[in-house]
Design a protein around this ligand. Sequence first.
Ligand code: TPP
Ligand code: MG
Length: 344
Amino acid sequence: MATTDQDLTTATSMEDRHTPLGLSEEDLKRMYYTMVLARSLDERMWILNRQGKVAFVISGQGQEGAQVGSAYALRPDKDFFLPYYRDLTVALTAGMTARDLMLALFAKAEDPASGGRQMPGHYGHRAHNVVSGSSPIATQIPHAVGIAMAAQIKGEDTVAAVYFGEAATSKGDFHEGLNFAGVLKAPVVFICENNRYAISVPEKKQMSVQNVADRALGYGFPGVITDGNDVLDVYKAAKTAVDRARAGEGPTLIECKTYRIVPHSSDDDESRYRQKVEVEEWKQKGPIERMRQYLRGQGILTEDLEKNIQARVMEEVNDATEYADKAPYPEPDTLTKHVFAERS
Ligand SMILES: Cc1ncc(C[n+]2csc(CCOP(=O)(O)OP(=O)(O)O)c2C)c(N)n1
Ligand SMILES: [Mg+2]
């Protein structure tokens, strides 16, 4: 924790860092599998877009470590997840399946997020407490505070985790949400995936503080900086924050320093605002590679297991693609469902 921006280097130490955090080998394998699955699904989504099969893709590539490391600290189906559009790995960790995500991408009737109404990347699943967000950035932040306040009032031990980018922290919704959460000690964890850009705008042009985490000072609760490409560093901060929220001690703001290694969306031309060499540098220290090295060092990831994981992931991605491609679109006469109240 408290990693500085300068030393996001590949961990070389082979010391066991997971056991002290209460994570078993099975936990690590599950986290790793989820990241590899998310990356492969994401890559497939771009191919489908370029084939003209799906209209739009917005990607989480490079940010999988921040996502699984944080979401893994929550209780699936009990706590609440409010992801933003890059959070494929959060959605999977919360219990959504590859098929669910592909159904949403293809806008098919069976899409659990919205029955094919929402844009891709608006993850939602009622049974898994994944709350679908609106497209204007940061609007999910006050929603999460509201969910946390409701749990507090009802005396439930639910925690809400809400995700957003660093540019979302310059919006009013962020400040209003954090202020209320601080005053009320609401059981909420704010997770910022600082990927350095808001589309083409670098972080320095949209905030004058050094770190997003510094903003927590204004609301009276801790702000923590993590190496967002180190799953264990993020998990450690998230576990502490979730435990703190559940114990009634109030919110935490976690900043995950990370990077998106693909364009903002399938409609973006990144060559207009950043150099290839910068992207390549970040790819070298990506979260999947970092965890692979750690697992190898611990003797957990053998070559056989790695091959097995790749094969299972490919099977899942192919199955989800075929299933969603063949699934029916919503019936035209259901157009206004979920839009207007229905007569009983
Ligand atoms: C209120 C609002 N303004 C502008 C946009 C257009 N927009 C979509 S994503 C985005 C960038 C957000 O950057 P950040 O919060 O850092 O998240 P990132 O995309 O980098 O993950 C913008 C400006 C929007 N969706 N909502
Ligand atoms: Mg950003």
